[in-house]
Write a protein that binds this ligand. Structure first.
Ligand SMILES: Cc1ncc(COP(=O)(O)O)c(C=O)c1O
Length: 385
């Protein structure tokens, strides 16, 4: 009910703004207004840069405080020596290793400078002929934002009461206008998971009609990644695109490596919207190859993340707060005060985090850092909660 109200309010406010634009004689802009005004805006880079020095605990962007691994750093340093050469061999070696890991051929893999590049490629491809992106709301906005910026529409479906994707409602929205279905699992910003059996049968049915892009940025943090991942659907030949990133469990947010697993024809199509094998540096590709093989390190990161999560759950409970069960390296919880004010007060105490507003509720999303970071969070939170 609250969700319905929210959606109506949004639609009404964008319609009013659109009407205002007509009044000042900008019919073209007015026509584009609803979809673009509904998507959350891009992050304000000036504000982020201004806030960074104030953060003793940087819990804004779901980064991994332990990465990159020592083995990845050694490989990166070694690769500097061949920095004068184009990185074809290191990029191809990484592609082959990822293909082996995912149980597909190299032709099923497309690399990107972070998965953002590949989300952008999909956004551009699936808005080039108009149409709309179908996704949950709230979800990670990057792909939808890019598509809407170049003229696509956005069809959004609220999450279920358990904060999973409402796959039945989404399937009902699939029509000729939908060019791509975008699913983030586990979801960002809610950290919640959509059950794999339901998602698998949704993909089975819907991928016959429309391509489905599944963003698995946080899949390494779930209890059983192999079972939860939809990569087996690619192996079975279905029209699904799986996106992964090294930014999270590998701690590569600054090194920029991501990839998609998809049908070879789809890899070729999406590749037209990237810079091809030239998009990765030799240093990043070599470091990613070393990190992929360093299973001890990723296991260590998942374990540390769980410790930080359990500690933070305890802090929230003790202060009388609830939270959404997290399957990722961040936690989303409802606030009892204005979100902006809360973030500002936490930042004054050296803790950077993010606030959200959806379903008529103010929320905080806090990334899980080191135990030291989470103790800082706990001390600051106790003061203002
Ligand atoms: C769901 C999701 N997808 C994609 C990305 C982009 O990651 P990157 O471009 O660093 O690979 C992020 C980043 O936080 C994310 O949360």
């Amino acid at each position: 009910m609250a969700t319905e109200l929210n959606r109506r309010d949004w639609i009404r406010s964008s319609a009013l703004i659109a009407a205002g634009l007509y009044a000042v004689g900008l019919p073209k802009l007015a026509k584009a207004a609803p979809a673009s005004l509904l998507v959350p805006p891009r992050a304000d880079m000036h504000k982020i840069l201004a806030d960074l020095p104030r953060m003793q605990a940087r819990l804004t962007s779901n980064e991994n405080p332990f990465g990159p691994s020592e083995k990845a750093k050694a490989a990166l340093m070694e690769a500097v020596n061949s920095g004068n050469r184009y990185p074809r061999d290191s990029v191809m070696a990484l592609r082959a290793a990822i293909a082996k890991e995912e149980g597909v051929s190299e032709e099923h893999i497309l690399l990107g400078a972070g998965s953002s590049e590949l989300l952008l490629a999909a956004a551009l491809k699936y808005s080039s002929k108009g149409g709309s992106i179908l996704s949950a709301d709230p979800t990670y906005a990057s792909l939808v934002r890019s598509a809407v910026d170049v003229g696509a529409g956005w069809v959004k479906v609220p999450l279920t009461k358990d904060f999973a994707h409402d796959l039945d409602a989404m399937e009902k929205k699939v029509n000729d206008d939908i060019s791509l279905v975008y699913i983030v699992n586990p979801n960002n910003p809610t950290a919640t998971i959509t059950p794999s059996d339901k998602l698998r049968s949704f993909c089975e049915s819907v991928s016959k009609r429309k391509p489905i892009f599944i963003d698995e940025a946080y899949i390494d943090y779930v209890a059983d990644p192999k079972k939860q991942s939809m990569v087996d659907l690619v192996q079975k030949g279905q029209n699904v695109i799986i996106a992964r990133t090294f930014s999270k469990v590998h701690g590569f947010a600054g090194l920029r490596v991501g990839y998609v697993v998809a049908q070879p024809e789809m890899v070729k199509e999406l590749g037209k919207y990237t810079n091809g094998a030239g998009n990765l540096s030799a240093t990043s590709a070599s470091a990613a190859l070393a990190s992929l093989q360093d299973k001890e390190f990723t296991k260590f990161c998942v374990q540390k993340n769980q410790e930080a999560k359990d500690f933070t759950y305890g802090v929230l409970k003790k202060e009388g707060y609830t939270y959404l069960p997290s399957h990722t390296n961040f936690i989303m919880f409802p606030l009892k005060m204005n979100g902006k004010k809360f973030s500002e007060e936490m930042l004054k105490r050296g803790v950077g985090l993010r606030n959200w507003e959806f379903y008529d509720q103010q929320w905080c999303r806090v990334s899980l850092g080191t135990m030291e970071d989470m103790k800082l969070f706990a001390d600051a939170f106790k003061q203002i909660s």
